[in-house]
Ligand binder design. Structure first.
Ligand SMILES: [Zn+2]
Length: 527
C-alpha cells in the first residue's frame, strides 16, 4: 500500500433486505500489530510429509481445524497441505477438469470437502458427499463453500451470488441481484442457521440467522476483498488481497495491510475462540495473528500456468539501423516510428542496456514462481522489434500480463518513476477497451511494488502519484492483454543516473516489477 489509509469512523452499510445504518469505530489498517505477523519461511513444512502431494499451483484457500488448532491449505490442483491438522486426503493426484477454489471442514473437523470452480465436490475423512454441481453447466464459476454445522451438509456459492445447497437449507442468494462486483466467498454462522456472502468490493449479504454487521461496499478499496471468516461473537472479518482486515462485530487482531507484501493474500481462517486468525498467501505463506498459532507454511509456484511478457524497451542495434527503426508503423490510435534508440545517462549508460538487464532479472524472479516468461527480444544487440510487433507478441501468446520496461530521458531536475497506463482507444485495427480496467489495476500494483522495492519516489515531473494515462503509445493501444509501461527512473537526472548504473538497484527494480506483476496475477486469478 502507498501511504496511509484513512481511518473511517462511519460508513454506509451495504446489505440485502436491511436498512442502511452506520456503524462506528471499525478500525481499518491500523499501524502494524505489535506482534509481528509470522510469515513462514518458504519451503518449510513442519507437518508429516508422507501423505502430502507437492503442488505447482497457487494456494486458493485455508481452513482452520478447531479440533487441533492447526489448519489445512488447499492448492488449485487439489493438493491439501496439513499443518497441525490431520491429513485426510486430497485431489492432488487427480487430473481435475476445473481448478479447486475452496475448502470447508466438517462440524467436528474430522473431515473436509474441496470444491472446484465447476461445482465439483470432493469429500474426505468424515465429510459426507451430499451432491455437487459438477455435472451441471454453470454460467458463473463456483468461488467458495461453507459447512452447515446444523445438518452436516454444505452450501456452494458462485461468483454471481447464486447459492447451491446440499443437505443444507436454502436461506437465500444474491443470484437475482445485479452485482457490481463478483462474490468471492461465503461464511456460515456458528450454529449453521445462515450464511454471509462477500463480494470483491467488500459488499456483504446476510441470509438466514446471519446478522448483517457492516460491510465495505460503500468504501473504495485499493485492493479487492478475497475472503471472509466467521467470529464466534456473531460477527465476521473480511480480508483484502493486501492482507488488510475489516472487522465487523469481531475483534481486530491485526493485519498485514500496512506491510508491503509481494504475494497476494487469498484466504483467511479464524481460530475456534475467535481470538485470532490466519491469513494465507497464494504462495503458501501463512500469517498468524492474535491467538492463532503458526504451524508452518508451504512453498508452491503461485504463477504456474500463467504467461508473462516482459518487453525491454529499444535494442542495442537500433542506433545503427535508422532506416529500419524510423519506418512508420500503425500504432492503433496513432502512427509512430517502428522503434527508437532510447536515452542514456550523461556518461553513456544506455537505456536499452538497462531495460534488457532489468528484464532478465525480472524474468528469473517470475520463472522461479512458476510463470512462463517471454521477452520481446532475446539479446541486446539486435534491431527492434517494432513496437507493434512487441504488442503482437504478447497478444499472440494471450499473455496474462505484459509490462514494457523503460527509463526516461526527462528534464535533468526531474526524478522518479512513472507507470504509463492505457486509456480506451478504438481504431480501425485495434480496440483496447477490454484491457483498460485490468491495466489500471496492474498500474497500481506495479507502482506500489516498485516504490517499495526500490525506494524510488513517483515521478516529480510527470503523471500523478506515479501513474500517467497515455493514449499516444502504440504498445498500449494495440494490446489485447493487460499491459503497462514503466519508466523506472530518469536517466538524465544525476541521482537517478547513479541508481540505474547500480546492479543492486537494478535487482531491486526487477524485484519491484516482478512483485507488482505477481500481485496483479494472484488477485486476477481470484476475482
Ligand atoms: Zn524508452
Amino acid at each position: 500500500m502507498m501511504g496511509t489509509v484513512p481511518r473511517l469512523s462511519r460508513r454506509t452499510v451495504y446489505g440485502v433486505g436491511l436498512l442502511a445504518v452506520t456503524v462506528a469505530s471499525v478500525v481499518l489498517f491500523p499501524t502494524p500489530h505489535p506482534t509481528v505477523p509470522v510469515h513462514g519461511p518458504r519451503g518449510v513444512h513442519a507437518a508429516t510429509t508422507t501423505s502430502m502431494f507437492t503442488s505447482n499451483s497457487p494456494i486458493v484457500d485455508g481452513v482452520a481445524d478447531a479440533a487441533t488448532g492447526g489448519y489445512w491449505l488447499v492448492a488449485a490442483d487439489g493438493a491439501v497441505f496439513d499443518f497441525g491438522a490431520p491429513f485426510l486426503g486430497s485431489a492432488g493426484g487427480l487430473a481435475l477438469s476445473s481448478p479447486v477454489v475452496g475448502m470447508a471442514a466438517t462440524p467436528d473437523d474430522g473431515g473436509y470437502w474441496l470444491v472446484a470452480a465447476d461445482g465439483g465436490v470432493f469429500a474426505y475423512g468424515d465429510a459426507r458427499f451430499a451432491g455437487s454441481m459438477g455435472a451441471v453447466h454453470l454460467t458463473r464459476p463456483v468461488v467458495g463453500m461453507a459447512t452447515d454445522r446444523a445438518t452436516g451438509g454444505y452450501w456452494l456459492v458462485a461468483s454471481d451470488g447464486g447459492v447451491f445447497t446440499f443437505g443444507a437449507p436454502f436461506e437465500g442468494s444474491a443470484g437475482a441481484l445485479k452485482l457490481t462486483s463478483p462474490v468471492v466467498g461465503m461464511a456460515p454462522t456458528a450454529d449453521g442457521g445462515g450464511y454471509w456472502l462477500v463480494a470483491s468490493d467488500g459488499g456483504v449479504f446476510a441470509y438466514g440467522d446471519a446478522r448483517f454487521a457492516g460491510s465495505m461496499g460503500a468504501v473504495h478499496l485499493t485492493r479487492p476483498v478475497v475472503g471472509m471468516a466467521t467470529s464466534p461473537s456473531g460477527g465476521y472479518w473480511l480480508v483484502g488481497a493486501d492482507g488488510g482486515i475489516f472487522s465487523f462485530g469481531a475483534p481486530f487482531e491485526g493485519s498485514t495491510g500496512a506491510l508491503v507484501l509481494d504475494r497476494a493474500v487469498v484466504a483467511m481462517a479464524a481460530t475456534a475462540d475467535g481470538g485470532g486468525y490466519w491469513l494465507v498467501g497464494a504462495d503458501g505463506g501463512v500469517y498468524a495473528l492474535g491467538d492463532a498459532r503458526y504451524q508452518g507454511s508451504v512453498a508452491v509456484a503461485p504463477l504456474a500456468g500463467l504467461t508473462v511478457v516482459i518487453d525491454p524497451g529499444h535494442d542495442g542495434g537500433n542506433g545503427a539501423a535508422a532506416s529500419v527503426i524510423n519506418r512508420t508503423i500503425n500504432g492503433g490510435g496513432l502512427t509512430e516510428p517502428c522503434d527508437t534508440t532510447g536515452t542514456e545517462t550523461d556518461n553513456g549508460y544506455t537505456e536499452h542496456a538497462f531495460t534488457f538487464d532489468v528484464a532478465l532479472r525480472a524474468q528469473a524472479l517470475l520463472q522461479a514462481d512458476g510463470a512462463r516468461v517471454v521477452l520481446t527480444r532475446a539479446t541486446d544487440t539486435g534491431v527492434g522489434p517494432c513496437v507493434n510487433v512487441r504488442a503482437a507478441i504478447a497478444n499472440a501468446l494471450d499473455a496474462d500480463v505484459a509490462v514494457s520496461i523503460h527509463a526516461d530521458g526527462g528534464p535533468p531536475g526531474g526524478t522518479g518513476f512513472a507507470v504509463d497506463t492505457p486509456v480506451p482507444v478504438v481504431s480501425p485495427i485495434s480496440d483496447n477497451r477490454a484491457i483498460v480496467a485490468p491495466s489500471d489495476a496492474l498500474s497500481v500494483d506495479l507502482r506500489n511494488a516498485f516504490q517499495a522495492a526500490t525506494g524510488e519516489p513517483p515521478s516529480n515531473y510527470t503523471g500523478q502519484n506515479g501513474i500517467v494515462y497515455r493514449r499516444d503509445l502504440g504498445g498500449l493501444d494495440l494490446s489485447t492483454v493487460p499491459k503497462v509501461l514503466i519508466e523506472c527512473a530518469n536517466m538524465r537526472n544525476a541521482h537517478d543516473a547513479a541508481a540505474v548504473q547500480s546492479a543492486s538497484w537494478r535487482q531491486s527494480a526487477a524485484q519491484g516489477v516482478a512483485s507488482g506483476i505477481e500481485l496483479f496475477l494472484e488477485v486476477a486469478q481470484r476475482t
